[in-house]
Design a protein around this ligand. Sequence first.
Ligand code: GDP
Ligand code: MG
Length: 318
Amino acid sequence: MAGQGTNSMGRLFREFFNFGSKELTHWFPSHMARGLKRMRSSLRNVDCIVEVHDARIPFAGRNPMFKDIFAVRPHLLILNKKDLADTTPHRTSEIRNRLKEEGVENILYTECLGQRSPSVKNVVPRVIELIESSDRYHRCEERELSVMVIGIPNVGKSSLINAMRRIYLNKGKATPVGVRPGVTRSVMHKIKVSERPEIWLLDTPGIMTPFVKDVEVGMKLALCGTLQDHAVGTDIIADYLLYVLNRYNHNRYVEFYELGGPSDDIMDVLTQIAKKLNKITRMKTAEGSVVPRPDINAAAAHMIKSFRKGNLGNITLD
Ligand SMILES: Nc1nc2c(ncn2[C@@H]2O[C@H](COP(=O)(O)OP(=O)(O)O)[C@@H](O)[C@H]2O)c(=O)[nH]1
Ligand SMILES: [Mg+2]
């Protein structure tokens, strides 16, 4: 093992994750440059960019090449799924400082699930503030302004737009074009979110390609469900998860799965989980008889799912 250290419980755990010979190249989508070019041109007519990202990974997967676009447009970074992240004050202020160093000044934490989504109500006031203080606003006050939601897959762009739709369509501030006779619903491409200045939210998000700088970033993205699991492998994602849980003292998994104690051995942990959850698969032995075995893959998938639901704790990976 590459490195071992003790966590607060005085046990031996890995200090580094051994990525082995995992091929990195196929995690890099080949169409990244093309996507970037397309995104640049579609943002040309947008007055404010709302970038949604997963609060558990405020850095991993965000494309540094977007800086130059953000420099000419007001930009708000929404760290969504705050219900799953570590939002203790010292962690969030540390993250705000690091983001500031990268030139990201405007940050908002949100949670988009549920009918009321109170944190989403903060988005438009921040957007108005940003637009009104930008040069562009002063140059063309008469025009209606548009806001576009962008971000990598699965961070909650659609959920955010739906939450805004619930807030701003119900208030009667905007009428869906579809409710007028003779106009189909699909014609509605934007939602009016402010009267003065007149601001419209485009209801189609811009989908960005995750930026996979290195294997660890790829692993974090996979854990948060922003890359396809099978591209990375459920077994290695589960092992990375176990490494993170032990390394940073997130011990809730022990209680959640009623394990004998914390362990850094993924096969040991998955075997215990499979037995506990009664996930059994049948395997053929060399002699040809069929015997029941703990289903390691099912246990790995369950562990990853539990993390994604927040059952293993509020954990920020960056
Ligand atoms: N826990 C939690 N899950 C969320 C939140 N927002 C979205 N999700 C979930 O994340 C997944 C992806 O959301 P979606 O809006 O489709 O993401 P998109 O691909 O960026 O449009 C869905 O399963 C959502 O239910 C949130 O604030 N908290
Ligand atoms: Mg979507």
